[in-house]
Design a protein around this ligand. Structure first.
Ligand SMILES: Nc1ncnc2c1ncn2[C@@H]1O[C@H](COP(=O)(O)OP(=O)(O)OP(=O)(O)O)[C@@H](O)[C@H]1O
Ligand SMILES: [Mg+2]
Length: 295
């Protein structure tokens, strides 16, 4: 089982769209895929199911918030991830919930402690919840993907610490490319501290940066427009790996899906080469992802 975080502090860069499409396409290729929505905005959850269905069937006790609440609460049994899973289009999903925001505040309270030793112990405990739980289901999946929120919360850090790899979708503009280095530095710092605190060799972690996925690219004559190509080149010059596959901007294909709850990559569009290009980019991205992650 390989575990991958899709992460960027910057909002609206296509993290959720990429997660939904990668997971749906891999599942359609026969991979056993689990996606976990860690964003209180619940966008990934609602790209697979209707809000009403979620409210009726899953809101109460089948979300990642419920799982964290059970841990924090300490009085009710903590469900295993397998009890939280919802199946949609061959993808297993653990849904999110707006209340996940509060979970972070409560987890933070658990971090404060008196002595150095207590601090270390609480640090490892608080940041390893998801990592430890994934151990229990590692035979059941080929790949687990986290759709991370646009922040570096304790929940996001839990995902990174549980991950073998992380991938950063980014727009190709000045501020977005600056943010990539910042994010990588923060991840490195977190990993260093975790490994310092880890009790033994086996519990050390090494989430590996797998690359940037350039998203919302404006394509002209088969290539990114020059303003964006400049940033692609700058990243490469600075030794930052990029996926070969890029995702073009196409508001119609991504925003107004003809059929609800079906990721773009699985939709059969009746018209036009632009949609074919969108779908083919997503299938190519999936192929590259499968190869790089080793699923
Ligand atoms: N390639 C694309 N072309 C056009 N629109 C896109 C593309 N990818 C995503 N979008 C749209 O842009 C918006 C933001 O995308 P998405 O939700 O995937 O970003 P995100 O990084 O997950 O955002 P957040 O940080 O808020 O979680 C959505 O409305 C989505 O439909
Ligand atoms: Mg998102």
């Amino acid at each position: 089982m390989k575990v991958v975080s899709i992460i960027n502090y910057k909002g609206g860069v296509g993290k959720t769209t990429i997660t939904a499409n990668l997971s749906a396409e891999m599942a359609s290729r026969g991979k056993r895929v689990l996606v976990i929505d860690l964003d209180p905005q619940t966008n990934l959850t609602f790209s697979f199911m209707k809000v009403e269905d979620w409210s009726k069937q899953f809101e109460k006790d089948k979300t990642i918030k419920y799982w964290f609440d059970s841990i924090i609460d300490g009085t009710k049994p903590v469900p295993s991830f397998s009890e939280l899973i919802v199946k949609k289009r061959n993808v297993d999903i653990i849904c999110s919930h707006l209340g996940l925001i509060d979970v972070d505040i409560e987890l933070a309270a658990g971090l404060s402690a008196g002595t150095d030793r207590q601090h270390r112990r609480n640090f490892i405990k608080t940041y390893s919840y998801i990592k430890n739980e994934l151990e229990r289901i590692k035979e059941s999946y080929d790949v687990v993907i986290f759709d991370c929120p646009p922040n570096f919360s304790i929940v996001t850090k839990n995902a990174l610490i549980a991950s073998d790899f992380y991938i950063v979708p980014a727009k190709m503009d000045y501020l977005s490319t600056l943010g990539i280095n910042q994010l990588r530095n923060h991840v490195e710092r977190l990993v260093k501290m975790y490994n310092e605190y880890a009790e033994n060799e086996e519990s050390r972690i090494n989430p590996t940066f797998l690359g940037v996925i350039a998203t919302m690219i404006s394509v002209r004559n088969g290539a990114p427009i020059s303003a964006q190509q400049t940033y692609v080149n700058a990243l490469k010059r600075n030794g930052i790996t990029l996926f070969d596959s890029m995702i073009r901007e196409n508001k119609t294909a991504y925003a107004s899906a003809p059929e609800y709850g079906i990721p773009v990559v699985l939709q059969s569009f009746s018209s036009g080469t632009t949609y074919d290009e969108v779908v083919s980019e997503l299938t190519q991205l999936t192929t590259e992802f499968v190869r790089k992650v080793g699923v």
